[in-house]
Design a protein around this ligand. Structure first.
Ligand SMILES: Cc1cc2nc3c(=O)[nH]c(=O)nc-3n(C[C@H](O)[C@H](O)[C@H](O)COP(=O)(O)OP(=O)(O)OC[C@H]3O[C@@H](n4cnc5c(N)ncnc54)[C@H](O)[C@@H]3O)c2cc1C
Length: 396
């Protein structure tokens, strides 16, 4: 008999939420994380209004809401002309009880999910436990785990949520085709008074030289994500940062860089998201450039749609819905998420057609009073496959 019903590999946001949802359904869950200390590098910070219902179903929304900030509008500006659209989410009151996005570092989302997980007696988190290989027969999956306490782990089912370089995916020989962008992004957490400079909580600045995304993290700290050629040396990013900030034309006042992390970006997806008793989710299954915040949004929708069919399969029900899940999540990434993120990146960072950019911004500005138009502008509801059932009996 297997020790674990489910082993989840990777305690990023996708793995942590998956482990939580499955443990809430009463399964014996082991969550394996390669790092001794949970990663805190600056990555996702925006959770759109349409994923909040799923986070609520997992019981973590109140804590995420309390720790983060609510944002009720987003702004798109053509840097060179000053043309601007400010889209309020208020009209969405017609379609959701929560017409706001929440801003919070994804490591805090992980911390909250793991805090809830720690209250469940049927869940275990092992840090410093990198999975190095995966094999399976028709009944169980065996994971080779390295680190300080190496050995084998057995589970009836495995969810590989171990990020874009997934060892689970690689070990199963599942391809990860697509492209790597020639440029890099620099995720910069910075204390600078962008609000005094006229920005709102979430801003896309469109410009083929100095395009960037600026989003508030807390009272004083902002995420400023800017791009540059990957041919420049990654270790001299800090040398170029002052000129890049000055080029935005904001007041020359003191600022404090908390962290600046260079990233390469990809548009890639796995050949398949299911191989027997192993499922891939989140960045392990699909990676996108982060413009527009589509990466983790897609990962969360993977989780929301996976929990109930996987739980049913653990209980011995027909596992065909897992094939449907895998096919649907991959289709949505390839047909919707990846093209949307690519279009968003091109618009913010690459497009040299200023008239087209101004036209886009004016079109957005014209749509602001209409719930359906605002829904289209924050169009990521098309990434959704479903929400988990609420589990009112969970302990967390
Ligand atoms: C600069 C930047 C900004 C972003 N902003 C947004 C945003 O605003 N909104 C949004 O939706 N998305 C955003 N994204 C994308 C988002 O960060 C990713 O989609 C998200 O991190 C994916 O979560 P994950 O849990 O699938 O993978 P990861 O976050 O990569 O987590 C994987 C986990 O697995 C662990 N691991 C790796 N290998 C192993 C192994 N062999 N064994 C055990 N554990 C392992 C890792 O240590 C890690 O903890 C952004 C990305 C970047 C780079």
């Amino acid at each position: 008999m297997s020790t674990n019903d489910i082993a989840v590999v990777g305690a990023g946001p996708v793995g942590a939420l998956t482990a939580l949802g499955l443990a809430q359904r009463g399964h014996r869950v082991l969550l394996l994380e390669s790092e001794q200390e949970l990663p805190t590098a600056p990555r996702a910070i925006v959770y759109y209004w349409h994923v909040l219902e799923g986070l609520d179903a997992l019981g973590v929304l109140d804590d995420i809401d309390a720790a983060g900030i609510r944002n009720t509008a987003f702004r798109t500006r053509v840097l060179a002309t000053g043309d601007e659209a400010v889209v309020s989410l208020a009209p969405l009151e017609a379609v959701t009880p929560r017409p706001w996005n929440i801003h919070l570092g994804q490591h805090d989302v992980v911390r909250i999910a793991l805090d809830h997980l720690s209250r469940l007696p049927n869940a275990t988190l092992r840090l410093g436990a990198p999975v190095t290989a995966v094999r399976q027969d028709g009944h169980e999956v065996v994971l080779d785990v390295g680190g300080e306490s190496p050995g084998e782990v057995r589970a009836s089912w495995v969810v590989g949520a171990d990020g874009a370089r997934s060892a689970v995916r690689t070990s199963l020989g599942i391809g990860f085709d697509g492209t790597t962008w020639k440029d890099r992004f620099v995720a910069t957490d910075i204390r600078y008074p962008f609000d005094a400079a006229g920005l709102g909580n979430a801003n896309m600045m469109l410009d083929s030289e100095n395009g960037c995304v600026i989003a508030r993290i807390d009272d004083s700290t902002w995420r400023w994500t800017w791009g540059e050629s990957a041919e420049l040396a990654a270790d001299t990013v800090m040398d170029r940062l002052p000129a890049r900030l000055a080029a935005l034309g904001f007041p020359d006042v003191p600022y404090d860089v908390v962290t600046a992390t260079p990233y390469r970006m990809h548009q890639r997806s796995a050949d398949r998201m299911r191989e027997g008793r192993v499922l891939l989710a989140g960045d392990a299954a699909h990676a996108t450039n982060p413009t527009g915040g589509i990466g983790l949004t897609s990962g969360m929708y993977d989780v929301f749609a996976l929990l109930d069919p996987l739980s049913d399969a653990v209980h011995g029900s027909d596992d065909a819905p897992l094939d449907a899940w895998a096919a649907e999540r991959l289709r949505i990434f390839d047909e919707k998420a990846s093209p949307m993120a690519t279009a968003s990146k091109r618009r913010v960072y690459d497009d040299t057609d200023r008239d087209a950019l101004v036209g886009f911004v004016r079109g957005s500005a014209a749509a602001v009073d209409d719930a359906e138009a605002v829904r289209r502008l924050s169009a990521m509801t098309v990434l959704r496959s479903g929400f988990p059932r609420h589990h009112t009996s969970f302990v967390s």
